[in-house]
Design a protein. Sequence first.
Length: 307
Amino acid sequence: MNTRVTDLLGIKYPVIQGGMAWVAEYHLVAAVSEAGGLGIIGAGGAPAEFVREQIRKVKEMTEKPFGVNLMLMNPQADAIAQVIVEEGVKVVTTGAGNPGKYMAMWKEAGVRVIPVVASVAMAKMMERAGADAVVAEGAESGGHIGAATTMTLVPQVADAVSIPVIAAGGIADGRGLAASMMLGAEAVQMGTRFIVAKESIVHDNYKKKVIAAKDIDSEVTGMSHGHPVRQLRNQMTREYLKLEKGGAPFEELEQLTLGALRKAVVEGDVVNGTLMAGQIAGLVRKEQTCEEMILEIMEQAETLLKI
Ligand code: TUI
C-alpha cells in the first residue's frame, strides 16, 4: 500500500506510531520501525539530553527510519529542536502548539516536518510554513486533544491542503486504516493500540486497564482551562472533574496531574496516575508484538480496500 507518506518517509507500511510521552521510548520505537511502520520517540516533557540518548539507542537497534515528537509545551523545546538536527533525525512530528519558529532550521537540515494539527486553519498555516505532511488528529485520541472528530477533520484537512494527510484519533485496526484512506488520508497514526505492544515498557497495570476499557471509559479533563486531556476514568479523573466543576483554579488542578503520567506508565499507579488512552481502547483486546499488530492491520485493510 504505497502512498506519498510511505515514499516521503521511506517506510513499508502507512502506519505511524504516535509519539506518546513516557510511553514511546526506544524499545517501542525501534520495534515499530523494524516492523515496517514509523516509530516515533515521544519527547513529552523530557530534558533534551534524555531525548538525545533515546535517539542514539534507537539507532543502535534499527537502521530503519524513525522520528521524534516534540511536545511544544516542553520548557526545553528549543534545545530538543536543536538535538533533532544534531543527531540527524529524519522525521519530526510536533504536538500541542505551533512549530513555526523551528521550521526553517529543520528544513535546512533536511528533516521531514509533520506537525500534528487539530483544525483546518492550522493545517493550512503549516503547509504555508513548509510542512511536508500533517497529522490530522481528532478528539477521539488520547492525551491533549482538539475539538473536531477524526471523521470530520480528516476530509476537511485533505480538501484544504495539497501535502499528504495522516489520520489520527480512533484508529486501531485495518478498518480504521481503510476508512482513513477513504477520507483522503495517506497513512494513519496510532497510539492507544501500541501502548499494549509486547515491546512497550508501559507498566502491566496500565496495559491491563487499556485492554479492559470499553468504548465509553475515557474522560476529558482540563477543558475549562484550555488543555483538554483524554484519559481512562479512574479515581484521579473523578476527583479532578469534581474540582473542575466546582471552579477550582488551574494551579490546584495542576497539582493533581503533576507527574501523574509517569506514575501510571512507570509505577503502574492506575488509581492516582493519568491513564492517557483514546476512545478506541475498547477495540484493543490483547498484547501483541508491533509486527503482529502492523501485519494484522495491513492484511485487514488490504482485504477491505480490494472489495
Ligand atoms: O500533543 C498531542 N497530544 C498530547 S501532548 C501530551 S503531553 C501533556 N501532558 C499533560 C498535559 C498536557 C499535555 C499528551 N498528549 N497531540 C497533538 C495535538 N496537537 N493535539 C492537538 C494539538 C494542537 C492543538 C492546538 C496543535 C496545535 C494547536 O494550536 C496551535 C496554536 O498555537 O494555535
